[in-house]
Design a binder for this molecule. Structure first.
Ligand code: AMP
Length: 177
């Protein structure tokens, strides 16, 4: 099986080919067609199995379509338990989405100076990768418009729950369309 037969567009297939991937991993083969079909998924897969691309490639594919709602904020929101993971996911997005016109990824994580972060959030972007605490701060100060959000990803959801983020996650989810 190859990436094109999963239903991904040429620009995305080109980016993964350039990254040296020759075929989708097992989790990618299982998750990508279901995500492209618009299903809600719970995916359990080991570190190193290619799970970031399993959720990011179908999300990027969605960004090749015009948004149905006009708004400024993210179309894809990824929550991660740690800054380090947020940075990794943002970098992966940039790589997989490098041939797409509207797939800008920004990250909002604790420890980043607010002026830098506020500036990032004030220019147009499609993908927001965030840790729950800092995202709550930015939401409370009215800096994020979720009017056109289409996809929510909880990366390493089990770890986020272990780290005590359940209340933050519930508060965030309650404010999403
Ligand atoms: P992850 O499980 O998302 O942390 O990915 C682990 C590593 O596998 C990363 O370095 C990816 O770049 C790489 N990877 C993801 N998908 C593939 C693939 N289909 N073929 C080869 N390497 C991959």
């Amino acid at each position: 099986m190859d990436f094109a037969s999963l239903g991904l567009s040429e620009n995305i297939v080109k980016a993964v080919t350039e990254a040296g991937y020759t075929e989708p991993t097992a989790v990618q083969q299982a998750a990508i067609p279901a995500a492209l079909a618009g299903k809600d998924l719970i995916v359990s897969s080991q570190t190193g199995s290619g799970k970031t691309a399993a959720f990011m490639l179908p999300s990027l594919q969605r960004l090749t379509l015009e948004p149905t709602i006009k708004a400024r904020g993210p179309r894809v929101l990824v929550l991660t338990p740690t800054r380090e993971l947020a940075v990794q996911v943002t970098d992966a997005c940039k790589g997989y989405g490098k041939n797409l016109r509207y797939a800008k990824a920004v990250s909002v994580v604790g420890g980043m100076p607010y002026p830098v972060q506020n500036k990032l959030l004030s220019s147009p972007y499609e993908i927001l990768v965030a840790t729950p605490g800092r995202l709550m701060d930015q939401m409370n100060s009215g800096r994020i418009d979720f009017g056109r959000l289409e996809i929510l990803i909880l990366d390493e959801a089990d770890r986020m729950l272990d780290m005590g983020f359940v209340d933050d996650i519930e508060a965030i989810v309650a404010k999403l369309p």
